[in-house]
Design a protein around this ligand. Structure first.
Ligand code: BGC
Length: 253
């Protein structure tokens, strides 16, 4: 894959057409992280992190990504995990960010600012792409500021918004398992709720495997069923590479 855009940060050496470096960006509710990966998803720069601005509008988030991109240059393409519903590079929802996202064409906005091809997908989808085996029914949930979800059938992904689905007592999964709930209820109670959620999800999706990622997966202390495992941020990074192996989405103009 070779970028057709004139990227001033691409080194002009003769090997550059064989080296495809991916800037992997993860937009979260508390931090925006980025690092550059080689073809196999191995980090070749440090992981840079800048706190998500308050009332994180598209303009503020793009300014942060520009700074991160500068610190992680050079790269030939960009993958972005976004904490809301994304279709063909266009944002539909952003529950844990600021206003102004509905209808925002994040892929084309970043393509112009970074002068490199950009793919944007939901953050849980990106984590999932790097985690699943590609066989059978695989559910992925992420536990962070929000609760993300995606299901894969033989490697084909269908984005879910289970986080905003009712869990119990009029509360959603995100109300009960998101960052605010973890802080408010404490780890012990939160772990009990995680166990309950796993039970519910198993009955609903009849998955072969469930992967649990996100920054708070590390607080899981309960014994997990054999077909359930936690996955790390490293797998999430690999998703930034896998996103480029999918058929090209419609690019927003
Ligand atoms: C959003 C999801 C996102 C998740 C994790 C939820 O609030 O609706 O789209 O994947 O947070 O960031």
């Amino acid at each position: 894959m070779r970028s057709t855009t004139k990227n001033p940060i691409v080194s002009p050496d003769s090997n550059s057409s064989r080296r495809v470096r991916t800037l992997a960006v993860d937009i979260g509710g508390t931090g925006i992280k980025a690092e550059t990966l080689d073809e196999r998803g191995k980090p070749i720069t440090a992981r840079e992190k800048i706190a998500t601005p308050k009332n994180a509008s598209p303009r503020k988030v793009i300014a942060v990504i520009k700074k991160l991109a500068k610190a992680c240059a050079p790269f030939e393409r960009v993958s972005v995990g976004f904490p809301g519903v994304v279709r063909d590079g266009v944002i539909y929802t952003a529950p844990n960010l600021g206003k102004g996202w509905a209808g925002f064409k994040l892929d084309s906005a970043l393509r112009k600012r970074l002068d490199a091809p950009v793919r944007v997908a939901n953050d849980a989808d990106v984590q999932g792409l790097g985690s699943v085996s590609g066989k059978g029914v695989e559910l992925v949930i992420t536990l962070g500021t929000g609760v993300g979800s995606v299901i894969f059938v033989d490697g084909h992904r269908i984005h879910l918004e289970a986080g905003h689905h009712p869990f119990h007592n009029g509360k959603t999964y995100e109300d009960e398992l998101g960052e605010r709930a973890l802080k408010k209820k404490g780890k012990k109670k939160w772990n009990k709720l995680v166990a309950e959620a796993i039970n519910d999800l198993a009955r609903l999706f009849i998955y072969d495997r469930l992967y649990i990622g996100g920054g708070n997966a590390r607080h899981i202390k309960i014994k997990l069923p054999p077909n359930v495992k936690t996955v790390s941020n490293l797998e999430g990074l690999l998703g930034g590479i896998k996103l480029w192996e999918e058929p090209a989405p419609e690019e927003s103009k």
